[in-house]
Design a protein around this ligand. Sequence first.
Ligand SMILES: NC(=O)c1ccc[n+]([C@@H]2O[C@H](COP(=O)([O-])OP(=O)(O)OC[C@H]3O[C@@H](n4cnc5c(N)ncnc54)[C@H](OP(=O)(O)O)[C@@H]3O)[C@@H](O)[C@H]2O)c1
Length: 326
Amino acid sequence: MKIVIPGGTGQVGTVLNRALTAAGHEVVVLTRRPDGPGEVHWDGRTPGPWTGAIDGSDVVINLAGRSVSCRYTPANLRAMMDSRVLSTRAVGEAIGAAAHPPRVWLQMSTATVYAHRFDAPHDEDTGVIGGAEPGVPDYWSFSVDIARAWEREQERADTPHTRKVALRSAMVMSPDRGGVFDVLSRLARLGLGGPVAGGAQYVSWIHDHDFVHAVEFLVDREDLTGPVNLAAPEPLPQRAFMRALRAAWRVPVGLPATRWMAEVGAFALRSDTELLLKSRRVVPGRLLEAGFAFAYPEWPEAARDLARRRRTGRRGASGPLRTPAS
Ligand SMILES: NC(=O)c1ccc[n+]([C@@H]2O[C@H](COP(=O)([O-])OP(=O)(O)OC[C@H]3O[C@@H](n4cnc5c(N)ncnc54)[C@H](OP(=O)(O)O)[C@@H]3O)[C@@H](O)[C@H]2O)c1
């Protein structure tokens, strides 16, 4: 198949490109900074020669979006919103105008669209969309607003010959340098991988192999449209999540951090505490119902596999990820 990945130069794109190319597909990445074969220039918002890559393709997987790991300043929030909404609009228009449109458009979304919650998991049918839950900082609703606007843009795109799926993905764990697993592993190995603010908040995650297989599954399954949760079936509290990560790295202790220490750490890392403190208890209702089998349903085994691959440099730990331009 010819598979086009707008925004495919980042962490998730690297995982997908590697696996889909190895499986024999032709992968074309749309990027603002093309840097080699298989990469085509676009600006993420206006039509141009890049639309020719989409016309005649089989699958489009749009990942473009300014990184959410940043301080939530007004300018950064605007960039997070615009980069997602405008790139999704541009992709939708290109598909709508194509003489030979792709048969499926997988659009990245996020598990963050669901409410901060401890008591029960969110699946696609019964899950509660966030933004109005009590007891959380008001500004947490921004990320939900961004996720909803992102999904709405795909829904309203006029692409009658193309099936549309929104990927409500949890954190994709891969052994690549600069990815989420790498960052958390570094903290754990420094002895800083303890519970944050008590550690009761749930962490949703998905192993990179399962993420790739879920994408392939969604490409094949003509009957699946709309939002699909991409998360392992066993989310777990942050305290247990970090304990298993420390065990995978054979680090005996992890210093606990208070909410206040998390604020300081997030400031130092130019990030935001929502990424650490929001309880993301998200499960893959539709994937399981459709018969998808996870190779890594439980975090301790997934963490052991990722740490082993990171240590040995095998399968996906080949080099640093490109730093996305802001
Ligand atoms: N990583 C995860 O675990 C995870 C989980 C759930 C959802 N997501 C979402 O999935 C997408 C991909 O994640 P990722 O971790 O691979 O992100 P990433 O490493 O930050 O890469 C995102 C890509 O988007 C492009 N981009 C950034 N700003 C842009 C802009 N203003 N206009 C157009 N393109 C822009 C960049 O490509 P160029 O610089 O080459 O143009 C970059 O490589 C993101 O939207 C993210 O929010 C990620």
